[in-house]
Design a protein. Structure first.
Length: 404
């Protein structure tokens, strides 16, 4: 059995190259993506353009969503070809999606430089040494994750006067709030003081990043931009805010074929220690029965063990997308109703699916679902993600489901 939206959980391989807009095979079971790497580390050999010589705009990404939003920014800004540096993570699902996004970036005329930035104890020094000449030449640097220690370190090596932050999902909301309040840059789901040994070592780089991303006084020689689909009403004065309308996605894909059965979007809140597994699985089962859902689109960080249990207990078909969900949904087929927990997609899918008959609904996280290890900020942040979402349906039965 095959379909275009990704791979079923178990036994799937990385899609063949050159098929970024074509259907991907889906095989039974939990995915097992092959880590096919060539000299460039991304399954391909670098061409002459991959040297980045003379680049003026340099982008750093660590996730498929960040690379998608760099492409959206380049389309919106009508930017000339830029050099995208992929700081490759370990997670095989993330790497697989990044390879597919890298193909799309090359199709758009951009240079992609794949760095095995975490490939052993000497990898950071090798990566930083190789990127230093590019950083010194760059006039504009685009970043997808200001919380990333890697990115914070690299920003200390550039004299670029134009910095642009593109969305890293809902984390952008927390970044903007912390920047406006002059606080340390700390991810919302982290529990504790954030003053461990590693935090202390990287504290100077985080402080430098916060200063670099704080708009200078009027007339200053630096500029800071934010390209976001998130609500950023509290952005510090002086930051150029540009709305991400997902215009490139709508031009490149779709419109999708719409099916009657609903789809459920998964989340990694269990994996990050925020939500209890049993509560989460019970909620997914209730959503599936209530809305007639047939498929569950797994988050790239969801564990294989949890997905096996979810498929067994709910009867849902678990799908591992091979591209960010915005592209998967736009390419189709997609359910007439997409149900999600608080996450980035409640902000992005209504934009990507604008002009279609697909509705997006959100199920709030009940406080009783949270684990004892969840950050004290977790509930407020998740409520804010839901409360600020536009063009989504709020599900009325969440309290009854949570009490069950």
């Amino acid at each position: 059995m095959s379909s275009p939206e990704g791979t079923r959980a178990e036994g799937a391989e990385v899609p063949p190259r050159g098929t970024a807009g074509a259907p991907a095979r889906r095989l039974p079971g939990v995915p097992r993506q092959r880590d096919r790497t060539g000299p460039a580390g991304d399954g391909t050999s670098p061409g002459p353009a991959d040297t980045g010589t003379g680049t003026r705009t340099l982008a750093f990404v660590e996730s498929p969503a960040q690379l998608l939003n760099v492409l959206e920014w380049a389309h919106s800004a009508d930017a000339a070809a830029l050099t995208v540096v992929v700081l490759a993570p370990h997670d095989p699902m993330t790497r697989g999606q990044l390879r597919r996004m890298a193909e799309l970036a090359r199709d758009e005329g951009h240079t992609v430089r794949w760095e095995e930035a975490r490939g052993g104890p000497t990898a950071p020094l090798r990566t930083i040494g190789g990127l230093t000449p590019l950083l010194r030449r760059a006039r504009r640097v685009v970043i997808g994750d200001p919380f990333s220690r890697y990115v914070q370190l690299l920003l200390t090596l550039t004299a670029a006067r134009d910095l642009v932050v593109v969305d890293d999902g809902t984390a952008t909301m927390e970044f903007v709030s912390q920047l406006a309040r002059g606080e340390r840059l700390v991810r919302w789901h982290r529990h504790g003081s954030g003053r461990g040994p590693r935090d202390l070592v990287f504290a100077p780089f985080a402080a430098t990043t916060r200063r670099r991303l704080t708009p200078p006084p009027e007339g200053g020689r630096r500029s800071v931009g934010l390209f976001s689909s998130m609500p950023v009403d509290d952005a510090p004065e002086g930051i150029r805010v540009t709305a991400n309308e997902f215009a490139w996605t709508r031009r490149r894909f779709g419109p999708p074929r719409v099916m009657e059965a609903a789809d459920i979007v998964g989340t990694s809140l269990v994996e990050t220690g925020v939500v209890a597994p049993d509560r989460y699985l019970a909620a997914v089962g209730t959503l599936a029965r209530t809305h007639g859902a047939a498929r569950y689109f797994a988050h790239r960080r969801e564990s294989t063990e949890k997905l096996r249990r979810l498929a067994s207990e709910t009867g849902l078909e678990v799908v591992r997308p091979d591209l960010p969900l915005e592209l998967i949904a736009r390419r189709g087929p997609v359910g007439r109703l997409i149900v999600s927990f608080p996450s980035t997609v409640v902000h992005t899918l209504p934009l990507a699916l604008r002009g279609t008959e697909v509705r997006v609904a959100v199920c709030d996280i009940d406080p009783r679902w949270l684990t004892a290890h969840a950050s004290p900020r977790a509930q407020g942040f998740l409520d804010g993600v839901t409360g600020t979402a536009r063009d989504v349906q709020r599900l009325p039965f969440v309290q009854r489901m949570a009490a069950g």
